[in-house]
Ligand binder design. Structure first.
Ligand SMILES: NC(=O)c1ccc[n+]([C@@H]2O[C@H](COP(=O)([O-])OP(=O)(O)OC[C@H]3O[C@@H](n4cnc5c(N)ncnc54)[C@H](OP(=O)(O)O)[C@@H]3O)[C@@H](O)[C@H]2O)c1
Length: 281
């Protein structure tokens, strides 16, 4: 039975990620459209969501929030301060808030809302097709039942992983949240390399896309470490050995490591800025 069967879910700022969650929970049959309410400032967007999913849409964030047993904050970090001010003091203690706002620490949301039952999640863009990786945590005030509800909701975006330490959310922001960017850049570079050799762009794209997809599925299904899979195809003096030599010489491993760590440090700086903007401290 769906853990979400007795819930009402309010999405505040129903943009791309809200829509992914709405589509996900409806497609999985976890909720009925009447259990969902969404707020959006633009009438056109409200009409679009109502027509597409049969959910109820309102202009007022406070009006949407007061109805939800789960209240999901999906606005951009820049408007968070404004939205928290609108919702401040409006929520009942039994309501659970879930924020997916990048770089917004739980403390800042709790202070902004005067509320303590809060979950914070970091999804990534493949969530838009139900293939995301979401890392999330909750405050101790979120009860077991509500945690199962959040798990079901986030599961609609793909895989989810609960962690007990909020610091891991910043780490996940750098690794899985920003992760698709690393993959897309590598894909782009390989496609260009194919074109450089003489493939048409369309053929090069097909070769690279299927190679990446197949390699990831192979790694998952074989349960082998990537180094082992790589060693399996690296014959002495062969093409893989030559390619690996050039990648190591060019510092690919170091560049990736530095990129992830730089994204981690940037996340921490952005979190401080969001906290300052929300709490004024
Ligand atoms: N997209 C991802 O893959 C991803 C991954 C991890 C985290 N996140 C986080 O998830 C949050 C949502 O991302 P998203 O991609 O869904 O963004 P989005 O598509 O821009 O959704 C946010 C929506 O909020 C609306 N909005 C603007 N001002 C508002 C207000 N005062 N009250 C209510 N709604 C308002 C925006 O309307 P307009 O369209 O008119 O501006 C927009 O439709 C962000 O904080 C982002 O950092 C996203």
């Amino acid at each position: 039975m769906s853990p979400l069967r007795s819930t009402t879910i309010s999405f505040i700022g129903a943009g791309t990620m809200s829509e992914a969650m709405i589509a996900g929970v409806l497609n999985k049959g976890l909720v009925e459209p009447h259990q969902i309410r969404a707020s959006h400032p633009r009438a056109e967007r409200r009409g679009e969501l109502a027509e597409r999913y049969g959910v109820s849409c309102v202009a007022s964030n406070a009006e949407a929030a007061c109805r939800g047993s789960l209240v999901v904050l999906t606005v951009k970090p820049q408007v968070l301060k404004h939205v928290l001010r609108e919702l401040r003091g409006e929520l009942k203690p039994e309501q659970t808030v879930l924020s997916i706002v990048a770089g917004a620490p739980i403390d800042a949301i709790a202070t902004g809302l005067l509320h303590s039952a809060i979950g914070r999640a970091m999804p990534n863009t493949p969530a838009q097709i139900g293939r995301g990786m979401t890392v999330w945590t909750t405050t101790p005030q979120v009860q077991e039942k509500q945690r199962s509800q959040l798990q079901a909701l986030l599961g609609a975006l793909g895989r989810e992983l609960w962690v007990d330490d909020e610091r891991m959310l910043d780490m996940a922001t750098a690794l899985s949240g920003t992760g698709p960017t690393y993959v897309f850049l590598v894909m782009e570079a390989l496609i260009d390399a194919g074109v450089h050799m003489g493939f048409s762009r369309r053929v090069s794209e097909e070769l690279v896309e299927q190679t990446m997809l197949g390699s990831v599925l192979f790694a998952l299904e074989s349960h082998k470490h990537p180094a082992e899979l790589r060693n399996m195809v690296t014959s002495p003096g062969g093409t893989s050995a030559e390619a690996i030599y050039q990648m190591e010489k060019g510092g690919l491993r170091t560049v990736l490591s530095r990129a992830v760590y730089a994204a981690y440090e940037r996340t921490q700086t952005l979190s401080e800025a969001v906290t300052k903007s929300v709490t004024g401290e």
